[in-house]
Design a protein around this ligand. Structure first.
Ligand code: PPS
Length: 300
């Protein structure tokens, strides 16, 4: 597999399409049949998020929890996007995520998806796999997605900020409506007990506490020394410096436009939203987010 960004063919930007009622692009639907037939194993762990909610962060935490000690060479030789394959991705230059997942030599296999809950292949449910959903407050999520769509050639053009904001509200970004995504996964938690729902803001506030919760959910125990090491290793500045976690080896990103590890903050939305945009956004948000049990923090 070629992963040299200089040599790899850069995929062309796709159009948004309506796929079973969700805005998607063909890069995430081309392999649909194969993905739906994916054979999950009972110990597979699925990390699910709306894009830009902290997928890479949690992927890296999990990889360190499971394999940091037993297979330390992974940390310096295999980029995180190969250690934790992106199930639905099918773009030129890299192996389809489903094939990478099939071939993962690890046990458990850690697998990433941005699918809305109704798209998750049925074998994950049948095998009662553990799933971790990471959610991020809408305003920071949009800002992060906006920058990502500018620098990532496998995404449709971002356009200007005002129109991007409008498309976010209408659910017309890749992987559909943020509102549906976070709510539908939240609802799933009520009936599927092997789902751990966590928040980006909590991770920023107290990474160690969230790692404890993850260990509890995964049935792992961690020495104080290991916990200290992992908590330090996954801090933003360390992940940003680390070639294996900062996506600098991924072929379809233009790092002159933005970095993948951009700011990692709660509240960066204040640098993008005007006061009027924020008020309008909040009004629309209240209409869409009716469940009093699902609460986000857009500042900490
Ligand atoms: S993707 O492309 O959907 O997989 O992106 P994802 O990994 O979900 O989200 C990327 C954003 O998460 C931030 N990030 C972090 N923030 C704080 N600490 C750590 N360790 C960390 N790792 C990743 C990353 O910087 C992106 O957010 P923004 O706001 O753009 O900086």
């Amino acid at each position: 597999m070629s992963l040299d960004p200089e040599k790899a063919a850069v995929p062309s930007r796709p159009e948004l399409l309506d796929f079973h009622g969700v805005s998607m692009t063909h890069y995430f639907t081309d392999n649909w049949e194969n993905i739906q037939n994916f054979q999950a194993r009972p110990d597979d762990v699925l990390i699910a998020t709306y894009p830009k909610a902290g997928t890479t962060w949690v992927s890296y935490i999990l990889d360190l929890l499971y394999f940091g000690k037993t297979a330390p060479e992974r940390q310096t030789s295999i980029p995180i996007y190969q250690r934790v394959p992106f199930l639905e991705i099918a773009i030129p230059s890299i192996e389809p995520g489903k094939d990478l997942a099939d071939k993962l030599p690890t046990s458990p296999r850690l697998i990433k998806t941005h699918f809305p809950v109704q798209f998750v292949p049925k074998s994950f449910w049948e095998q009662n796999c553990r799933m971790i959903y990471v959610a991020r407050n809408a305003k920071d999520n949009i800002v992060s997605f906006f920058h990502f769509d500018q620098m990532t050639m496998i995404q449709p053009e971002a356009g200007d900020w005002t129109s991007y904001l409008q498309r976010f509200k209408e659910g017309k970004l890749v992987f559909g409506s943020w509102y549906d995504h976070v709510n539908d996964w939240w609802k799933k938690k009520q009936t599927y007990s092997n789902l751990h729902y966590m928040f980006f803001e909590d991770l920023v506030e107290d990474t160690g506490r969230e790692i404890d919760k993850l260990c509890c959910f995964l049935g792992l125990s961690l020495s104080a020394e290991d916990k200290k090491q992992i908590t330090g290793g996954v801090q933003f500045d360390n992940m940003k410096k680390n070639k294996m976690t900062n996506y600098s080896t991924f072929p379809a990103m233009d790092f002159k436009i933005s970095t993948f590890m951009r700011k990692g903050k709660v509240g960066d939305w204040k640098n993008h939203f005007t006061v009027a945009q924020s008020e309008e956004f909040d009004d629309d948000y209240k209409k869409k987010m009716k469940d009093p049990t699902l609460n986000f923090r857009s500042e900490i």
